[in-house]
Write a protein that binds this ligand. Sequence first.
Ligand code: HEC
Length: 177
Amino acid sequence: MKKLSLAIVLLLTPALAQAWPWSQDMANQVSTKPQESADPTHPGMRLFPKRSMPVPGTITIVKDAAAADKLKNPVAADDKSVAQGARLFEIYCVPCHGKAGTGDGLVGAKLALRPYDLSAEQTRQRSDGFIWGYLTFGGAVMPTYGNDLSPTERWHVVNYVRKVVQNAQAIAPVAKK
Ligand code: HEC
């Protein structure tokens, strides 16, 4: 009976069952992983090819929210960016902050700390970098989006918050692919 109930518990809690060492067997193979050195005398990450140069781009890693606050928004708030931001905002933010961003989402209503009204004066006064940093690091209750959204996607969301949520314009049409 004990064994049976243990089996039932494991079946009902896949997250727990996946913690067993054999769940990782498929991932832990001898095959070379992306970026991994295939040369056993030089393990670790593959070296950059000779004479390779960094490509100019947007900053992707910042230390903390204070450092993010000082960042300049590198993505122009054109129609394309705002439309991308609209799509992402609808997926990631509307559940808590609501369609208009005023903090009246269905999930947000269940939280002890209610999501802030992003159209309110407080958030209007914030820098673009602050909002970007909030998405990167999250808040007390708000989850972080550093993994789900790329740095550029986070700037698109910032542009959407500025242009649509805070200007209360009609939602920009989503760009066709
Ligand atoms: C699970 C609910 C939840 C989701 C999803 C969520 N937020 Fe929040 N957000 C909150 C809560 C709650 C706060 C209040 C402070 C805190 O907990 O960090 C907040 C605060 C903020 C603030 C700080 C405003 C200020 O002026 O201090 C910003 C900016 C923000 N959210 C933007 C977003 C954006 C953009 C998204 C979508 C990528 C998002 N949030 C998704 C719950 C959420």
